[in-house]
Write a protein that binds this ligand. Structure first.
Ligand SMILES: [Zn+2]
Length: 231
């Protein structure tokens, strides 16, 4: 059944040197047992819930809403809509997805289906090993994100299941008030995926994604293995 399906990994490998949101702790990995000494190998790993390619649960910003373990699994296996603004924005770190760009996308590809995962490709994944370019200068975040009008349209008019992006966050770096997180997506129960990669390998429509979020009890988010299936 899956023989004609191509599988693409949208996940950045998670090591201790992964780029973090400034101020957030890096993951720690400690070898506890080794094959040569103990007969088997295992480590203890600790990480901030929002590390690497990761999932934001609605409770990340809205108290009392879904957590990583209570989010509906149906919402984690969704058709992917990939909006690519990488060439339109060039290297502008303050660019956002505009409503006009979403309307252009629909003129070209047809109306965005309800209940899809909307993935925004900005091209920033090319910088995901270069902290200065990926985050912006120290203490002064600059990276692209979803504009408020576009996000509101995708959430309210297209009933998106979730929003994903190849930058540190859904909101652009220069919006420390996080308008999409706090006012638009999480209040409506949507999840986010941040720090995705390989979005250039996906078609605008036709792929599905599987969001492998850890069911951490009460979690605000978790690193996630995000896999795309292409027909
Ligand atoms: Zn997050």
């Amino acid at each position: 059944m899956l023989e004609n399906v191509k599988v693409v990994d949208l996940t950045i490998p998670l090591g201790t040197d992964i780029i973090m949101w400034p101020g957030a702790p890096s993951p720690e990995m400690e070898t506890l047992v080794t094959v040569s000494h103990d007969g088997y190998f295992a480590r203890r790993v600790s990480f901030f819930e929002h590390t690497g390619t990761h999932f934001d649960a609605p409770c990340h910003f809205i108290e009392g809403t879904a957590t990583t373990d209570t989010i509906s699994v149906d919402s984690l296996v969704r058709p992917a809509v990939v909006i690519d603004i990488s060439s339109a924005i060039g290297n502008d770190p303050d660019a956002v997805l505009t409503l006009e760009q979403v309307e252009d996308f629909e003129r070209t590809h047809g109306e965005i289906p309800f209940n899809a995962a909307i993935l925004l490709r900005t091209g920033w994944e090319d910088f995901n090993t270069d902290s200065l370019k990926y985050c912006g200068p120290d203490g002064d975040l600059h990276f692209p994100g979803f504009g408020v009008d576009a996000a509101r349209f995708l959430v309210e008019e297209r009933h998106a299941a979730g929003l994903g992006i190849d930058t540190l966050g859904i909101d652009p770096g220069n919006r420390p008030d996080f308008p999409v997180h706090s006012q638009i997506s999480h209040p409506k129960g949507l999840w986010h995926l941040e720090n995705l990669q390989n979005l250039k390998l996906l078609p605008p429509l036709g792929a599905w994604i599987i969001v492998g979020v850890l069911p951490l009890v009460g979690g605000s988010g978790s690193p996630a293995r995000v896999i795309a299936l292409l027909p």
